[in-house]
Design a protein around this ligand. Structure first.
Ligand code: OAK
Length: 819
């Protein structure tokens, strides 16, 4: 087969973009691929047939992209991530290859509505939140800016759980995105690798021969690849998202089966497959389970074997690896890759330790996504020793070299040595994956300017002292294709009318819109687009929840994972205070508001689940109180996911970005809202700080303590009780929640939550309350002058182009990957 000359072979006809021809192809797929007659085809069959036709239009470009990278000896970038929160793909793909109208016409000639079948596509939630969604935006941007890149991750059979509400409590149900098959993916049986666990390490040689180590794993599973094409804007480049699935080496133990042990015969097979069955539902919360470590090693090892194999196909050895390969670690979840690379280079390919180390460090770079101590991964030494004995030896070897260097060359003292060590010796001995990722990489980046500075001052202070050139910043971004063009066609159309199409290829060209902020006619059209998006959200809420909301009210939205540091609780306490004010002062002119919340809580995170219940309890009371006269409504929309965000983001008037300063590494929802013309109320945290710089102080409402003030208050101890006593509004709101006004069926339900504010107030809810409430009244005042409001929101859209993930990726490419 391989000696065939491609030029001599018959070539398939180029795929047409003519709607009539595409309609015929859709019928063809329906008939011959799905085996359904048009008359009996279900909406899902139409969806699959359409995706197959779209997919064909991507494949030529896909192969061309792969060939080009090979022919040009281009550097390849590998993005290793335990999470890819991709959402639906069809609309993204159709829009990026520029066939939206044509496919719509093709389908409508068959009596099928594109929007209806697009709504049936499962929302691929192979991630929890920010880190996973960032990986998805990056994949699209890497294709867009023409970087040969592969995403590597896990093909979870069940993605993030479905969230249902039972009497206001979160209930988790399994998610089944693969139930109807997945027409986007290609199974690659030939790309399979063996992954080992456990066992022992044999030492060979020693005395005179150089010492070699051979790991003899006790267990083995197969990692099999599934590839999904990722198409960039205008279809110029198509990259690959390669997800690994675990398979047993022997699908069934026939001897056991024949002996009558039918369950035992499948035990191994079940065990292997369970490795990639479910996504860990933890987001910046601890998830330290053996299965998690197995997942991390499984996908790291498969990815590295694949990367090294591809390199050797093209180059004679590994000396060129750092020039030809960049591996970006998305947080520490794939950090064990560093040891696996060392093992493969030394034990399998025979390199010397020091040479392998230079190659490894030159190849890896690491992105940190959180400073929360409870989210910094570490593994008990005995667990690592048992599961990955050879990797544990490598950890010790790396550690010895590093500590000798720190002590001898850098004269570091005991305290610093303890903090840079790969082994945490305080209590149960644990391997610190953050330190491993840092020491094994040539670049360590934070995800916003503030976060990067805090990394240098806190978690990595001593490692930064040891290697002062490594830490750098790459402020996050979002893809404007999904988060403007697709989710907000109304606004995209309006902007095109005003400033032309340049911004479609370069989001920073949106600045041309700035002068339209002063144009009353344009502002009116801008507001009308927003109104229509609000009507769409109102309809969604009516349909899903049977709740009616008025689109002329201010839509105030907080959507993200539920976490104490993100302070949904601050928003809820202020909501209760506002409710009290509206009832006490019916004579005042209150701005009508709908407060929307959505988000999932980690199933084991007690307080986060209580906060969801509180939101629902408050909603029930306020929405049914006639004294409120509809001026305030509270809506918690269940099952937040990428698709719901695509409806909510364009419909927001006010975006809540109110985390305790110093705790949100960046945030990316903040960027999505502002780009779509919402005003932000936010703290000086994460990327909010840079958003303030870009949109200008007149166009964002900033309040509350700075990160420095928070650190000081924590170090010196602040007195929340005194703060609460001084604020009548706050103490009333807190005592009504604590005493059971919103939970008459269980009056002490929220007592513990509120006690936390009185006794410690770690997240500065009390400390920031007055500033937040004042900021909200300032928001009301701006809203009351709609001209002023609309001027600000237009300026937000005009000035947010810099937050495109294309910009972020270009910075990674020039400053870290040199690709
Ligand atoms: C999840 C698990 C472990 C560590 C971090 C995360 C995570 O999702 N972090 C989030 O990453 C986003 C992308 O960089 C940031 O925008 C969020 O602020 C951060 O919380």
């Amino acid at each position: 087969m391989n000696n065939l000359n491609a030029a001599d072979l018959p070539r398939p006809a180029p795929r047409s973009s003519n709607p009539e021809i595409m309609a015929a192809e859709i019928i063809e797929r329906l008939t011959y691929r799905i085996g359904k007659d048009v008359k009996v085809a279900k909406p899902h069959d139409w969806l699959t047939a359409t995706i197959l036709v779209v997919r064909d239009r991507i494949i030529d470009k896909w192969m061309e992209s792969t060939r080009k990278a090979y022919a040009n000896n281009s550097k390849r970038v590998y993005y290793l991530s335990l999470e890819f929160l991709i959402g639906r793909l069809m609309r993204d793909a159709i829009s990026n290859i520029g066939l939206m109208h044509e496919i719509r016409d093709a389908l409508s000639s068959l009596g099928v509505d594109l929007d209806v079948i697009a709504g049936l596509e499962p929302d691929a939630a192979l991630g929890n939140g920010g880190l996973g969604r960032l990986a998805a935006c990056f994949m699209e941007s890497m294709a867009t800016v023409d970087i040969p890149a592969y995403g590597y991750g896990i093909r979870y059979v069940h993605g993030l759980f479905r969230q249902q509400m039972a009497d206001g409590w979160q209930v988790e149900l399994p998610e089944t995105w693969l139930a109807h098959g997945n027409p986007w993916e290609f199974e690659r049986r030939e790309s399979s690798y063996e992954i080992g666990f456990g066992g022992s390490v044999e030492t060979i040689g020693g005395y005179e021969d150089p010492q070699r180590f051979v790991w003899k794993p006790a267990e083995r599973v197969i990692a099999m690849a599934y590839d999904t094409p990722v198409v960039g804007w205008r279809g110029t480049r198509v990259n690959t998202l390669r997800l690994w699935s675990a398979q047993p080496i022997d699908p069934i133990l026939l001897a056991a089966f024949n002996a009558g042990d039918h369950i035992g015969a499948l035990r191994e097979s079940n065990k292997a497959e369970s490795l990639t069955r479910v996504l860990y539902p933890a987001d910046a919360t601890p998830a330290g389970q053996e299965l998690r470590l197995r997942q991390e090693f499984f996908f790291s090892s498969a990815s590295l074997q694949d990367i090294l194999r591809r390199h050797l196909q093209q180059y004679p050895d590994f000396t060129s690896l750092p020039d030809k390969v960049s591996i970006q670690l998305n947080d520490t979840h794939p950090a064990i890759s560093i040891c696996e690379m060392m093992r493969l280079l030394c034990d399998v390919h025979g390199l010397e330790f020091d040479d392998a180390w230079k190659i490894t460090q030159g190849t890896f770079s690491y992105t940190n996504h959180t400073l929360l101590p409870e989210a910094l991964e570490s593994w008990p030494v005995p667990l690592l020793e048992r599961l990955l004995p050879r990797h544990m030896q490598i950890v010790y070897a790396i550690n010895a070299n590093t500590l000798v260097y720190a002590r001898k060359e850098k004269k570091m003292a005991d305290q610093q040595i303890r903090s840079i060590s790969l082994i945490d010796e305080g209590g149960e001995r644990r391997v610190r994956m953050g330190n491993l990722a840092f020491i094994g990489s040539h670049s360590i980046n934070g995800v916003s300017a503030l976060h990067t500075e805090l990394m240098k001052e806190t978690v990595f202070a001593d490692l930064h002292g040891l290697y002062p050139d490594r830490i750098n910043n790459k402020t996050n971004g979002i893809t404007p294709r999904r988060w403007l063009m697709q989710c907000n066609p109304g606004l995209t159309g309006l902007v095109r009318e005003a400033i032309g199409d340049d911004f479609l290829d370069d989001a920073e060209k949106l600045t041309a819109l700035d002068r339209f902020a002063d144009d009353a006619g344009f502002r009116e059209k801008f507001a009308e687009v927003k109104r229509l998006n609000k009507v769409r959200l109102a309809n969604t809420v009516a349909q899903r929840m049977g709740i009616r909301v008025d689109p002329s009210a201010m839509f105030d939205i907080q959507i993200k994972r539920i976490h104490e540091y993100k302070r949904q609780l601050l928003n809820l306490v202020e909501t209760v205070a506002l409710y009290d004010q509206i009832r006490s002062h019916p004579e005042l002119e209150w701005v009508p508001r709908v407060k929307f919340f959505a988000g999932k809580a980690a199933p084991s995170y007690h307080n986060a689940k209580l906060i969801i219940k509180l939101a629902n309890d408050i909603a029930r009371v306020i929405n049914n109180d006639p004294a409120v006269r509809g001026l305030l409504k509270v809506v918690f929309i269940p099952n937040y996911n990428v698709s719901l965000a695509e409806i909510m983001v364009p419909a927001a008037d006010l975006s809540e970005q109110i985390s305790t300063a110093g705790m949100e590494a960046s945030g990316t929802g903040n960027m999505k809202f502002a780009l779509n013309g919402a005003l932000t109320i936010g703290t000086l945290d994460g990327a909010n700080v840079e958003m303030l710089e870009h949109v200008g102080a007149d166009n964002i409402v900033i309040f509350g303590m700075t990160a420095e003030e928070v650190a000081k208050a924590r170090a010196e101890g602040h007195n929340p009780r005194a703060i609460i006593e001084q604020s009548a509004e706050l103490s009333q709101a807190l005592s009504s929640i604590a005493s059971g006004v919103f939970s008459p069926d269980d009056r002490s339900r929220f007592a513990g939550l509120i006690d936390g504010i009185y006794n410690s107030d770690w997240f500065m809810v009390a400390a920031d309350f007055d500033a937040y409430a004042d900021a909200q009244r300032k928001v009301d005042a701006i809203w009351s002058d709609q001209d002023s409001w609309n001027t600000k929101t237009v300026r937000n859209t005009a000035r947010m182009g810099w937050f495109s993930s294309d910009r972020t990726i270009r910075q990674y490419a020039t400053e870290i990957w040199r690709a």
